[in-house]
Design a protein around this ligand. Structure first.
Ligand code: DHB
Ligand code: MG
Length: 228
């Protein structure tokens, strides 16, 4: 019997995707004080609520563990929510380098990452990706790209250069509520998303696929690429 007030929505609508996502996160992610504190700090500081969904954060975490990665590069720290998932996955002695263009975001992230107990593994580099990436030493096992979509091709190029054969590249936000279908779009984020996907299909350095998702972030998804 349903409790009064708990409406079950079964049509495939954004509200239902979100409810089902919450249900899955309850079961598979559960209560996580450090991650919840990171989100609260991010909301308090007025950062946009565009961090990865809980089940997607856990997917990143599991991908890093499955690949045995010890060195992870993240482009786009925001408030550090995904960074904490990644840092937990690299384990003791592992390293996450994360790039954030906004100093204010980086300060929020630093505090949350330290409070989560993984601060010693996380190196936050403040600056635009295009400026910071050329200063990094390569050899990353996993690269997670989740920054300004306009620069996706620049970030993918650096992911290939700073990776090695076998590196896993994850590119966030490949669905954008279906806007990727608009060939004549003027939305620079959608243009950047489409250009990134085209590069993943054409550039011989990558072998890639994409996974669409629905959930708390609407209709979106990730591309997964192997550096060959
Ligand atoms: C936006 C960026 C993201 O990384 C995301 O996951 C969702 C939305 C955006 O800039 O619109
Ligand atoms: Mg994103």
């Amino acid at each position: 019997m349903m409790r009064p007030g708990l409406a079950v929505v079964m049509d495939s609508t954004p509200a239902a995707w979100s409810q089902a996502d919450d249900y899955l996160a309850d079961l598979l992610v559960g209560h996580d004080p450090a991650l919840e504190a990171a989100l609260a700090a991010q909301r308090e500081a007025g950062l946009p609520a565009i961090e990865v969904a809980p089940v997607a954060g856990k997917l990143l975490h599991l991908l890093v563990r499955l690949s045995g990665a010890r060195r992870v590069l993240e482009i786009g720290t925001l408030g550090g929510y995904s960074t904490i998932w990644l840092a937990r996955a690299v384990g003791d002695g592992g390293r996450v380098v994360t790039i954030e263009a906004e100093e204010r975001n980086a300060a929020v992230a630093r505090a949350s990452i330290d409070a989560a107990g993984v601060g010693d593994r996380v190196d936050i580099r403040i600056g635009r990706g295009a400026d910071v990436l050329p200063t990094l030493v390569g050899g990353f096992d996993v690269v997670f790209i989740d920054a300004d979509k306009e620069s996706n091709t620049v970030y993918l190029d650096w992911a290939a250069r700073l990776g090695r054969p076998g590196t896993l590249v994850v590119l966030d936000n490949i669905g954008r509520d279906g806007e990727i279908l608009r060939e004549d779009t003027q939305d620079t984020k959608v243009i950047g998303t489409r250009e990134g996907l085209r590069m993943l299909g054409e550039d011989p350095r990558f072998d890639a696929t994409a996974l669409q998702t629905v959930g708390v972030k609407g209709w979106d998804g990730v591309a997964l690429a192997l550096v060959v």
